[in-house]
Write a protein that binds this ligand. Structure first.
Ligand code: 13P
Length: 251
């Protein structure tokens, strides 16, 4: 049985006091323990410590929005996996489409980031998803397969077990208000699970959580979460408001 994961990616939003307030609201929400659902927050880096403090003693998980592919050194602005662990993160995102799009994260860079994260004991939410033009050309499956194969090329079965989460985030649905229908998302999630089964085995593929992300809102969360192979959601905009994130958690 896969525990659903309700994850918040705050991106580059909020001020410190808002971040702390929202973290406290998430803490209260998680304490209600809806259906064993787990809650995770990925705040901007400068607020990780304050958010961690606000979450002290609660089961809410803390994540980096990204991680450096390097261990340490002259990499101005980057944050290493060790630093994320040090500040209390159990998870990091890797391969978010906004990193791929605006910061040039190639498949190889994403793979190197996964390597660093696993080596340092972090769990990883690997983000994959096709762009609109790729879907229009019918390439959505080959794109996500390529992204998965590249990112997991050096990730062992032991590392993937219990430590890997995949997030399917079609780029055309992120921040656009356009969500994949639950049927379309389910189809892609089932495909992704098949890719994972081919890479590892069916037993492990059945254990790996696959989240959906892209304009998840209170109004569409229940339907998405009701699909067989959708094991949680990765929420951007709607996670910035306690009420709407709570409604998604309770959906
Ligand atoms: P939105 O929920 O704002 O579409 O963002 C989704 C996302 O990119 C989460 O990582």
């Amino acid at each position: 049985m896969r525990n659903e994961l309700i994850a918040a990616n705050w991106k580059m939003n909020l001020h410190r006091s808002e971040a702390v307030g929202l973290a406290r609201a998430c803490r209260t929400m998680a304490a209600t323990g809806r259906n064993g659902r787990e809650v995770l927050i990925a705040p901007p880096y400068p607020y990780l410590a304050a958010v961690r403090e606000a979450l002290e003693g609660s089961p809410v998980l803390l994540a980096g929005q990204d991680v450096s592919q390097y261990a340490e050194g002259a990499y101005t602005s980057q944050v290493s996996a060790e630093m994320l662990v040090d500040v209390g993160c159990r998870y990091t995102l890797a391969g978010h489409s906004e990193r791929r799009e605006h910061s040039g994260d190639s498949d190889d860079v994403v793979a190197a980031k996964m390597r660093r994260a696993f080596d340092c004991g972090l769990n990883v939410i690997l983000c994959v998803g096709e762009k609109e033009a790729e879907r229009d050309r019918g390439e959505e499956r080959s794109v996500v397969r390529r992204q998965i194969d590249a990112a997991l090329g050096a990730v062992s079965r032991e590392e993937a077990a219990g430590r890997l989460v995949v997030a399917y985030e079609p780029v055309w649905a992120i921040g656009t208000g356009r969500t994949a229908t639950s049927a379309d998302a389910q189809e892609m999630h089932a495909f992704l699970r098949g890719v994972l089964a081919g890479r590892y085995d069916t037993g492990l593929a059945e254990e790996i959580r696959i989240l959906y992300g892209g304009s998840v809102k209170p109004a569409n969360a229940a339907e998405l979460l009701g699909a067989n192979d959708i094991d949680g959601v990765l929420v951007g905009g709607a996670s910035l408001d306690a009420e709407s994130f709570n409604a998604i958690f309770a959906a």
